[in-house]
Design a protein around this ligand. Structure first.
Ligand SMILES: C[S@@+](CC[C@H](N)C(=O)[O-])C[C@H]1O[C@@H](n2cnc3c(N)ncnc32)[C@H](O)[C@@H]1O
Length: 271
């Protein structure tokens, strides 16, 4: 069992299993900012006086907000959705309800349900913004009660700020005392192996270059920035003036035909 709190969401690229590598590389500071929050494995495990989680996906941030602001009442609401069965018809009815839902708390509870009952914990939308992940056929979807309660407690005891936004604006707004950990959709290992579709819109090479430039600007203002990525020649070129630490990891999501062989990841410190 891990000694770190586990995320309540299943999320592609979640960093729970890399925490022993990442946490020692994060400098001390007054506030940790994660501009690519995802399931926020690092924020849940790192010890800072305050946190800020930002992501371009409004459903994700809406769920964190519902847990932070609703605490136990929200957890009980979400639990009810997990109690009345796990079959495909119910899943598709709830997916349709989610796509039509306007109430932020109800939408957040449904988002958690879809995350645990959908295929592989994927988060994918069609062109019109509708969530379209198929049913997951999981034997017994887990209701992450302890994990939700742990985040609700963290948000009661420390300041946890949440926002929907873009990484570049966030990095440019960081001020001395902040430490920024960035876990972007990764650069492709090869041109046929890209897996960068988390939210509408691709995370292209241009965005990888903008991220490196924004990290450099933040470091010049006295804000240390740590970035995770695949260790490839292109990524090393983006991060050429950072302090690099490279290590092998087991892949958690792989495509058909792509065996789960270890790939190298890099942690870049701009300071
Ligand atoms: C690899 S995941 C982060 C995983 C996270 N570290 C964890 O432990 O679960 C990348 C995240 O970046 C978000 N994202 C993609 N493009 C973004 C952008 N331009 N600005 C902010 N967030 C973005 C995605 O929605 C996704 O949640």
């Amino acid at each position: 069992m891990s000694r770190y709190p586990r995320p309540f969401l299943k999320w592609a690229g979640n960093k729970h299993r890399s925490l022993d590598r990442i946490l020692p590389r994060l400098p001390a500071g007054e506030r940790l900012i994660e501009p690519f929050a995802g399931a926020a494995a690092v924020t849940l495990a790192a010890d800072y006086p305050a946190y800020r989680l930002v992501d371009s996906n409004p459903d994700l941030i809406g769920l964190f907000r519902a847990v932070r602001d609703g605490g136990e009442a929200f957890i009980q609401r979400a639990r009810a959705l997990f109690e009345d069965g796990n079959d495909a018809d119910l899943y598709y009815a709830r997916r349709a309800a989610f796509n039509a839902e306007a109430d932020p708390v109800e939408r957040a509870a449904l988002f958690l349900y879809l995350n645990r009952h959908g295929y592989n914990g994927l988060c994918r939308y069609n062109r019109r913004g509708g969530f379209n992940v198929p049913f997951g056929r999981h034997a017994r979807p887990y209701f992450p009660e302890r994990e939700l309660a742990a985040f609700a407690r963290q948000a009661r005891e420390r300041e946890v700020d949440l926002a929907v936004g873009d990484f570049e604006t966030e990095l440019d707004a960081a001020r001395p005392g902040d430490v920024v950990y960035c876990d972007p959709p990764y650069a492709p290992l090869s041109t046929t192996a890209d897996f960068t579709a988390y939210a509408p819109g691709p995370f292209a090479d241009d965005a990888q270059a903008r991220l490196a430039a924004a990290a450099r600007r933040a470091a010049e203002r006295g804000v240390p920035v740590v970035i995770s990525n695949h260790d490839t020649p292109v990524v090393r070129e983006y991060y050429r003036d950072a302090d690099l630490d490279s290590f092998p990891v087991a892949r958690t999501i792989s495509r058909q035909g792509d065996s789960r062989r270890p790939v190298a990841e890099v942690l870049a410190l701009f300071a």
